[in-house]
Design a protein around this ligand. Structure first.
Ligand SMILES: [Zn+2]
Length: 255
């Protein structure tokens, strides 16, 4: 380097930032591929509340169904041994239930958040099934948190419309399966795949069901493990359904 020639200070900062980006990207890729057993892959940035939602389905056990619609602050979810359930799930293959993080800047969500903060000392709040639907039927798309919340809202909508409007539910799960790319969305992926599969089979959409199973197998190779990967029982359920579909046997439709 010629004498007297120096890198401007800003270059050093930029190199530093670039280095961090590379490390972060690498870490994200490792989590996505299931190579890191992330103890906690919740990304709490931009999340102001969490909503626990179970599918609107008769096969959900009493313990899980009793927690549907509970709302939490990120500080509660961050506590060790946090669980939205009051006891253990009563089914051998645990029910699907999802904790969905929201920024929630639209009117209905702001109301829920204010109510939660007011009642946090009384044990928090729980929304009824109608209130959960009213929340996602609000004008969320017109407000600043639309991009942050879009995927979570699609998931809530899908879960809470399974019985009322199967087509809306299928569309919501399809969206999640196709668009979940950020680390904070990974925990929604397996539930979305499993519920989508269930609804497609119920609707007699066997070709798309088989295609969904194949995408699931590629997305979650059985040789890999990760915090957001399917459990062995969930894999077994999918394998059984695939075998039945391939043989053209009538499918037993259950959760
Ligand atoms: Zn359960």
């Amino acid at each position: 380097m010629p004498e007297g020639w120096q890198f401007p200070d800003v270059t050093i900062y930029l190199v530093g930032i670039l280095g961090l980006l590379v490390v972060w990207q690498y870490y994200q890729m490792q989590i996505m591929a299931g190579r890191i057993l992330a103890v906690d892959i919740f990304d709490r940035s931009g999340i102001r509340m969490y909503l626990y939602v179970t599918p609107d389905d008769d096969h959900i056990c009493e313990v899980c169904a009793a927690s549907n619609g509970r709302v939490y602050l990120p500080s509660q979810v961050a506590k060790k041994n946090f669980s939205p359930l009051d006891g253990r799930c009563q089914r051998p293959t645990p029910c699907i239930g999802v904790l969905i993080g929201l920024y929630g800047a639209w009117l209905e969500a702001r109301g829920v958040l204010e109510n939660l903060r007011r009642n946090i000392k009384n044990g928090g709040i729980q929304l009824s099934a109608e209130e959960v639907r009213a929340l996602v039927n609000g004008q969320w798309e017109r407000c600043i948190s639309a991009d942050t919340d879009r995927l979570g809202i699609q998931m809530i909508e899908a879960l809470s419309y399974e019985k009322i409007n199967q087509e809306i539910a299928i569309q919501g799960y399809r969206y999640v399966v196709e668009e979940a790319r950020e680390v904070r969305h990974l925990l929604l992926l397996v539930p979305a795949y499993l519920r989508l599969l269930q609804l497609l089979l119920r609707a007699g959409e066997e070709a798309e069901a088989l295609e969904t199973i194949e995408r699931f197998e590629i997305r979650f190779p059985s040789t890999k493990r990760g915090a957001h990967f399917p459990s062995e029982k969930q894999r077994e359920t999918v394998r059984t359904k695939k075998a039945q579909l391939l043989k053209g046997l009538p499918l037993k439709i259950s959760a």
